[in-house]
Design a binder for this molecule. Sequence first.
Ligand SMILES: [Fe+2]
Length: 255
Amino acid sequence: MFKKRVSGEQIALPKQSIFVDVHAHILPQLDDGPDDIEQSIAIIRSMYAMGYRKIIATPHVMSGYYNNVPEDILQALQILKSVLKKRNIAMEVEAAAEYYLEDELFRLIERREILTFGGDKKYLLFEASFVSRPSYILESTLKIKQAGYTPVLAHPERYNNLNDLEVLHRLVFNGLLFQVNIGSLTGYYSKQTQELAEMLINKKMVAFFGTDCHNEAQLASIRAAFELPIYQTAIKQNLLNNSLLETKKKELIST
Ligand SMILES: [Fe+2]
């Protein structure tokens, strides 16, 4: 724990220094995240206490399971924002989505019915089947880029077929960004997932960290990860998370 002076008062900042979460299921009733707005607020309050100041809400979009269209997601965002304001919770929230890699995604891209984050950078967060062939992910990366978006693969450490440094290098070389789940570092998902996440950090291949939080209980593994040396190594690298903060907030944090 260390202290920084902001607007004349001493506030304690947690020892983690990622202030923006780019992958979180915090909008109620859109996917397997919170069941209601009170659960959403509970997650957000806990994340604020952990040091987060901005969350990109990324509900699942998967045809047949989570048919979330931008209008529904943005409407849920507006409701959440108004409740946060009423309750004086200073967490900034935006919305994008976690798109499942399937033919439907490319139809949505064609119709421009896609929610991204990072303004002009147009970061498009997607996940794939855990048994996807690397060639399919590579081909999709190139198509997403060609359409003018920046592809970001959610939790690459969770895909068995990506457990190969050469494959990972090829994907990065072709413009794919990796978003690692912080909880992976504690072995929350599996030992193999943990080892691959560590390798991605050690090879400096991580662009973003995310919580992939679906409920408040899951935050325990994120808090535990903050204490790990590998996490402390990772946050000293050139992660893009804090580039998504407003300039004013960035100044507060760097002073
Ligand atoms: Fe997710």
